[in-house]
Design a protein around this ligand. Structure first.
Ligand SMILES: NC(=O)c1ccc[n+]([C@@H]2O[C@H](COP(=O)([O-])OP(=O)(O)OC[C@H]3O[C@@H](n4cnc5c(N)ncnc54)[C@H](O)[C@@H]3O)[C@@H](O)[C@H]2O)c1
Length: 438
C-alpha cells in the first residue's frame, strides 16, 4: 500500500492524530467537531491561558458549549498545548491562524508564515496539512508549500499532502455550523486533494473537492467579496435615499418581496468582523501586484469606510433639532460587537463611531452585554453597568449593534433622541419623531 492509501486508511479508522494550529473562533469549533467524530485532537496556540482553560474543560468561544469541551477533554479526545514539539507524532494538521491587515492596509501574513515555519521541523512523510485561514489566491503554494518541503525534502502529493480549505463559520449561527456547512477543499496536487478530502469527510457532512488550492482560496474570496460589495451597494442606497428623503428600510423590504433575482442586504454603520472588511483587500492587494485594480472592491470599501462619518452627521443633525451641539453632549453607543449576539469586537464600526464622537468633543459612553471594555487610541473605556440608567441620562442614544437581548420598546420610551443605524426599532422607530434612522 502506498503512503497516501495508508494515511487515508488511518484517517478512516480515526486512528490518525489531529492537530489544530490556532485555537480561536475557527480553531476551537473545528477541533471539537473532529474530536466529536472520534479523532484524538490536540490544539496548539501560543496563548497559554487559552490552552489552560481548554485543559480545564472550559470553552472560551461563545458558539462552543463548555459542557462539550469538558466531556471531550475528560474522554481524552481533546487537549491543548503551546508546544509545537507534539507535532512530531501528528498525522493531520489544520492551520487556523489569523490573517489580519497591517496598519498600512496590506495583508499581514506573518501568522501563516510563523505557523508554517513552526510546523516545518516536525513535518514528516505521511502527514496531511490543510490551511484554513482566509487569504489571497496563491498563499498555500507560495508560502506553505516551500516552508514544508524545501528543507524536509518531502514532495507534495507523494509523501506529504498539502491543501487549502476555507473556513466558512458564521459565529452566533445555529442552523449552519462547522459540521454541516459544505467544505470546499483543493490540494497542491490531485493526490493532496484526495487525501485531505478523505480526512475532512470523516467529520464534516459534505466535502466539495476542487482542482487546486488557488480555486479553493479564490472561492472564499468570491463569497466574502460578494457580501462586501453588496453591503457597500446597499450602504450607498442608504446615502441616496437620505438625499431623496425616502425610507431605505421600507424600500429594501418592498424589493425583498420579489421571489427571485433579488437578495436582501442591509445597510449599517460600517463593516466589521474578521472576514468581510478584510478578505477582499487581500484580493485587491494581490491584484495590485499584477498591475490590476480591483475596482468594485475599492469602491465598495470606500463607501463602507465612510459610513461611521455618516452616522456622526446623523447624530449632529439629531442633536441640532434639540438645540444641542455634539460637543459636550452625552452620547451613549448601544452595542459594540460587529454583529448581533456575539462577543467579537474585531474591526467593529462601533470603534470608529466612538472615536469620531470623542474627536468632536462628545462625552461618550457605551453598553454591550458581551464586550466589557474597549481599548481605544486614547485609553480604555468600560461598558456602563446600568444600561437603562445611561439611556435615560443620554442626550442621544446611537444603536450600532442590534443585540436581541435589548428591550427596544423600553429604550424608545426612556430616551430623548435615538440614532438607529440598524433599524432595530423597526416600525416603532419609523413613526417616532425622536428617532433618526439611517
Ligand atoms: N472568525 C470567523 O468568523 C472566521 C470565519 C471564517 C474564516 N475565518 C478566518 O479564519 C482564520 C482564523 O480566524 P479566527 O477568527 O479563528 O482568529 P482568532 O484570532 O480567533 O484565532 C486565531 C488563533 O491563532 C493563534 N495563533 C497565532 N499565531 C499562531 C501560531 N503561529 N501557531 C498557533 N496558533 C497561533 C492566536 O493566538 C489565536 O488564538 C482567519 O484567517 C480568519 O479570516 C474566520
Amino acid at each position: 500500500m502506498d503512503l497516501s492509501s495508508q494515511l487515508i486508511e488511518k484517517l478512516q479508522k480515526k486512528t490518525a492524530r489531529v492537530a489544530v494550529l490556532g485555537m480561536g473562533y475557527v480553531g476551537l469549533p473545528f477541533a471539537t467537531v473532529f474530536a466529536e467524530a472520534g479523532f484524538e485532537v490536540i490544539g496548539i496556540d501560543p496563548i497559554q491561558e487559552k490552552m489552560d482553560r481548554l485543559n480545564r474543560g472550559e470553552s472560551y468561544i461563545m458558539d462552543v458549549p463548555t459542557e462539550q469541551v469538558a466531556r471531550l477533554v475528560k474522554a481524552g479526545k481533546l487537549k491543548g498545548t503551546s508546544d509545537y514539539a507534539v507535532l512530531k507524532d501528528i498525522d493531520a494538521v489544520a492551520i487556523c491562524v489569523p490573517t489580519p491587515l497591517r496598519q498600512t492596509g496590506d495583508p499581514d501574513l506573518s501568522f501563516i508564515i510563523n505557523a508554517a515555519e513552526g510546523l516545518a521541523p516536525y513535518v514528516h512523510a505521511g502527514m496531511v496539512v490543510v490551511l484554513e485561514s482566509s487569504t489571497y489566491p496563491g498563499t498555500t503554494r507560495e508560502l506553505v508549500l516551500p516552508a514544508l518541503t524545501e528543507k524536509s525534502g518531502l514532495v507534495a502529493g507523494e509523501n506529504v499532502f498539502i491543501a487549502f480549505s476555507p473556513e466558512r463559520v458564521d459565529p452566533g449561527r445555529e442552523d449552519w455550523t462547522t459540521k454541516n456547512t459544505p467544505k470546499v477543499i483543493g490540494g497542491i496536487t490531485e493526490k493532496c486533494t484526495e487525501v485531505s478530502a478523505a480526512w475532512y469527510a470523516q467529520a464534516l457532512d459534505k466535502v466539495v473537492p476542487v482542482t487546486s488550492t488557488e480555486v479553493a482560496e479564490m472561492a472564499k474570496l468570491l463569497e466574502n467579496t460578494f457580501r462586501m460589495i453588496n453591503i457597500g451597494f446597499v450602504n450607498e442606497l442608504a446615502l441616496m435615499c437620505d438625499r431623496l428623503g425616502v425610507d431605505v428600510w421600507e424600500v429594501i423590504d418592498a424589493a425583498a418581496t420579489k421571489p427571485f433575482g433579488f437578495m436582501k442586504f442591509q445597510p449599517g454603520p460600517g463593516l466589521g468582523g474578521h472576514c468581510i472588511p478584510i478578505d477582499p483587500l487581500y484580493l485587491s492587494w494581490k491584484l495590485h501586484s499584477l498591475n490590476y485594480t480591483a475596482r468594485f472592491i475599492e469602491l465598495a470599501s470606500e463607501i463602507n469606510l465612510s459610513m461611521p462619518r455618516f452616522v456622526i452627521t446623523k447624530v449632529q443633525d439629531g442633536l441640532n433639532e434639540h438645540q444641542k451641539s455634539l460637543k459636550g453632549s452625552n452620547v451613549l453607543v448601544l452595542g459594540a460587537a460587529y454583529k448581533p449576539d456575539i462577543d467579537d469586537l474585531r474591526e467593529s464600526p462601533a470603534i470608529d463611531v466612538i472615536m469620531l464622537l470623542q474627536e468632536k468633543g462628545a462625552k461618550v459612553s457605551y453598553h454591550d452585554p458581551y464586550i466589557p471594555s474597549i481599548k481605544l487610541d486614547k485609553g480604555k473605556i468600560e461598558s456602563v453597568p446600568d444600561m437603562m440608567k445611561a439611556v435615560k441620562s443620554a442626550d442621544c442614544v446611537v444603536i450600532i449593534t442590534n443585540h436581541k437581548v435589548y428591550d427596544y420598546a423600553a429604550i424608545l420610551k426612556e430616551s430623548k433622541l435615538i440614532i438607529d443605524t440598524r433599524n432595530a426599532l423597526g416600525k416603532a422607530g419609523a413613526k417616532n419623531d425622536k428617532v433618526v434612522r439611517l
